[in-house]
Design a protein around this ligand. Sequence first.
Ligand code: SF4
Length: 260
Amino acid sequence: MSAEAKAMVIEDYMLEELLRCPYRYAKRQGAAPSAKADVNWMQLAQLAVSHVVNAFFTTPEEERARFSIPDMLERWWTNKVAKFESAEHYWSIKQRLIDGLSPLLMEEASSNPIILFEQHQAFVPELQAELMQIFQVVLGSEEGEPSDYIVRKYIVDEDEDMITLFQHLTAVFCSSAFGRLPVRIEVLPVLSSNRRVLYPTEETLERSMDYMKLAVSLMPEASSSAGQQRKAHGSAECRRCPFLEECLRPGDEATEAIMM
Ligand code: SF4
């Protein structure tokens, strides 16, 4: 059997879950399907944003000026008000998404992605693992060589750790899967205008590979030692976590959070 046939398969969302909270990751491995499927307001908002972005880029260029972001968001907007902090929060996030998406998408009136919401898979020899990554938008670059490309992600959750993971994962994945690095890796937060742009190079790729080796090394341990690591209580991650009550149970020694 070849090395590739035996390789561990790691999907991008698994790494996200693991790095957000190893304890929750481990708990979810054995949880009922309902607990695994439990989502928070950011995930619901991200789902709606992804649908709007996808609908925008699949609209023919000549019709994009008439593309209605409020109408499209309405189509995909959740009715799970209870998942938000309050009814006001629910409505305010909806409006802020419309306000944030408008300038981000309208500046793309004539962009046609090479890849749009596709999952790709590649074997990375240095990790001895198959990585699976969902690409939202990959665009050709207007400057440089014809094969230059830009990887872009529209996000709701501006968690710095997740942004770092995305940048490192994308660099490593693209280098293996496409044979060359993207000229830019762009992260565009919809709820703020604080966009992050990384220009990966062979030097930064080395750091990305080191980061990914460390992240991947945690995977098999997640249900044992690494799986005991919890977020500091009071973190934003804990506040929207379905296991919060259980984590805070009085008398449970493990409620002493391990700082990450
Ligand atoms: S409440 Fe916090 S520490 Fe507990 S599982 Fe959720 S994110 Fe992790």
